[in-house]
Ligand binder design. Sequence first.
Ligand SMILES: Cc1cc2nc3c(=O)[nH]c(=O)nc-3n(C[C@H](O)[C@H](O)[C@H](O)COP(=O)(O)OP(=O)(O)OC[C@H]3O[C@@H](n4cnc5c(N)ncnc54)[C@H](O)[C@@H]3O)c2cc1C
Length: 254
Amino acid sequence: MLTIQNSIDLTQLNTLHLNSIANHYIQLASLEQLDEIASILTDYPRYFVLGGGSNLILPENYDGLVIHNQLKGTTFDDDSSGYKLVTAAAGEIWDDFVANCLANQAYGLENLSLIPGTVGASPVQNIGAYGVEVKDFIDYVTVYDFNLRQLTKLSNAECQFSYRNSYLKNKPQYLVVSVTFKLPTTAKLMISYGDIAKQMAMIDNPTARDLRACIIATRRSKLPDPAEIGNAGSFFHNPIIASVQAQELKQRFP
Ligand SMILES: Cc1cc2nc3c(=O)[nH]c(=O)nc-3n(C[C@H](O)[C@H](O)[C@H](O)COP(=O)(O)OP(=O)(O)OC[C@H]3O[C@@H](n4cnc5c(N)ncnc54)[C@H](O)[C@@H]3O)c2cc1C
């Protein structure tokens, strides 16, 4: 059953804590809701999927429908060749998911610890940090296609991952439902990156848990917690604008 709420305050749902009101808002908590949502989109030509709100600049008023992804659940399957196939629903909190993988002896995501947001957004911009990108561990992404009204699996190659980019970016017809990762059951630590290399060199026989702790401490020393001080983290892409706009900006902010 779909409940559409009106005039919902998104201020606490984005890490910049921008004051923003959505005219219409739905919480997506089960796959059964997807067909129903697809059927009402003709009434809401403007819509977007909201995850953790850590990579968004929201307007004061969003005159459209916000689909707030809250799909939960994670499964671990041994494929008995030294890997686990781990499928996480898109609404899982990314860092909780990384911790859960470590607790289940599924390794590789340690360097991506403490990145804010949800699992579902992770392939959209191919999140990356400290020498690792999520694409290195994604087997496939399951999306719901609002145009075709069906679930579709996109292989790693079909996602066309590149630096903080993928085929999924700016494709509003796709809602990421879950992501399936292929994670080694033996840790192979990626510790050659700048500050991390120096800190890890001080630990005898470092484990994946040591690496996660090191990444978390390093990140906390560099960026405030968005829950306390609103921030957007790092900038990965420079915005591209028309030269006329660039000249206008130069004049306004010499
Ligand atoms: C303090 C801080 C540090 C950060 N550090 C890093 C970093 O080290 N590396 C890095 O790569 N990024 C980093 N980021 C950026 C951000 O955390 C990631 O881009 C994250 O993946 C965004 O997830 P989210 O759930 O918050 O997405 P949102 O901000 O909610 O959404 C971002 C975009 O993805 C779309 N989207 C979200 N969920 C779905 C879905 N299920 N299906 C389809 N589209 C969807 C949205 O429509 C929107 O266009 C940082 C951000 C902050 C605030």
